[in-house]
Write a protein that binds this ligand. Sequence first.
Ligand SMILES: NC(=O)c1ccc[n+]([C@@H]2O[C@H](COP(=O)([O-])OP(=O)(O)OC[C@H]3O[C@@H](n4cnc5c(N)ncnc54)[C@H](OP(=O)(O)O)[C@@H]3O)[C@@H](O)[C@H]2O)c1
Length: 229
Amino acid sequence: MAENARTRVALVTGANRGIGFEVCRQLGARGWRVFLGARDYEKGAEAARRIGGDVSPVALDVNDPDAPARLAAGIGQVDVLINNAGVHYDTWQTALDVDWRIVREAFETNLFGAWRMAQTFAPEMRARGWGRIVNVSSGAGSLASMGAGTPAYSTSKAALNALTRVLAGELSGTGVLVNAVCPGWVATDMGGSGGRPVGEGAASVLWAVDLPEDGPSGGFFRDGRPVAW
Ligand SMILES: NC(=O)c1ccc[n+]([C@@H]2O[C@H](COP(=O)([O-])OP(=O)(O)OC[C@H]3O[C@@H](n4cnc5c(N)ncnc54)[C@H](OP(=O)(O)O)[C@@H]3O)[C@@H](O)[C@H]2O)c1
């Protein structure tokens, strides 16, 4: 069977609500095998039930250093990894007056969580010669437009962008494409009201899943268009 014709297996972190949930819903609707990651298994199970199809909940707290390897042992190969779990859009604090617990948690989830997931799942993608890793970043992580505000969130997403470049470089020529994607301002618990519909945010993420073999790697995109680093 041609590589493209095989049913894909996707793993989405932080998918019990928000953009991650919608990404799972859209992938599930394609008939893909989807693992819906949630740090609270019951919330994940409820979310997966709402979607139906071949969408299975998995317990996954990306802050737990042992969780990715434990999960990989349970679910096997993954073709598409979507590092979506994210925390602390910290509009309430400044860099000069931060709560260090918030900064550490932001880096633990937004950077180290995604890093450990890639470390666990990328080697098998490389061995099979096909894979997609999508790091759900944010325009707030763009150095080109960065200024005052959201210090923990912005610096952790900038670091996630840097990780994207490094991983893409290491996986260059292997068939594994790694990109950072901004979903835009989306009306979720994190984004609040006024943002665009979650379906549009998810579509921005899925663009990087659907890249052809010769598609870009090591880029930063929103709605399929490059975002300045
Ligand atoms: N919404 C926007 O406007 C916007 C804009 C730019 C970028 N983004 C990015 O898009 C991604 C999704 O955001 P969203 O708007 O959908 O946010 P959300 O509604 O707040 O959902 C965040 C998800 O991440 C999960 N999560 C948090 N910490 C976790 C951990 N340690 N392990 C596993 N899961 C964890 C949450 O689980 P619980 O339910 O257990 O808390 C939840 O499912 C994030 O990376 C965010 O930074 C969002």
